[in-house]
Design a protein around this ligand. Sequence first.
Ligand SMILES: NC(=O)c1ccc[n+]([C@@H]2O[C@H](COP(=O)([O-])OP(=O)(O)OC[C@H]3O[C@@H](n4cnc5c(N)ncnc54)[C@H](OP(=O)(O)O)[C@@H]3O)[C@@H](O)[C@H]2O)c1
Length: 160
Amino acid sequence: MPEYCVTGGTGFIAAHLIRALLAAGHTVRATVRDPEDEGKVGFLWELEGAAERLTLLRADLLVEGSFDEAVRGVDGVFHTASPVVVAGGGKDDVQGELVDPIVRGAANVLRSCARAPGRARRLVFTSSCSCVRYCHAATLNESHWSDADYCKSYNGSRVD
Ligand SMILES: NC(=O)c1ccc[n+]([C@@H]2O[C@H](COP(=O)([O-])OP(=O)(O)OC[C@H]3O[C@@H](n4cnc5c(N)ncnc54)[C@H](OP(=O)(O)O)[C@@H]3O)[C@@H](O)[C@H]2O)c1
């Protein structure tokens, strides 16, 4: 059976992914920031098949090499780990708390995949419609990206 890595295992999308992958009989390596934090990871151990086919590994988006072990030998990677901002819950330091972890984290995960022997054949990256929706176009397609200046003013702080 194939084996998959899911980053950000405690997250909303990741938890549903892990449940679906386990239910399909797959083996899952999920990354979390603290595998010992029962309050955060405890529900994952209650998923069907978790005791037999789930492994939790420690990884942080901002730590280079953090994902090496998690992606080693897997057939595919679902990269969902990300700081998330929801309306009304803006961050003071957008660059440090949002942009850096997202950009550096994605690069770290990709580098870990590139280094891994028997490289993962496919990586799925859950991005956001926010990347495209904040621009001045009536209809959106692959050529559209959010207007960075508008996003900066929307959050009330600079992102350089
Ligand atoms: N949910 C949606 O409807 C939706 C829709 C469109 C796009 N997306 C995108 O999908 C991705 C995941 O969304 P989600 O709703 O599942 O988010 P979520 O529930 O907030 O989960 C985010 C996960 O990322 C982890 N994380 C945050 N910072 C980290 C860091 N520095 N190092 C390692 N892990 C870190 C969190 O770990 P902790 O538990 O330790 O904080 C958490 O497990 C995001 O990129 C989001 O923009 C989501």
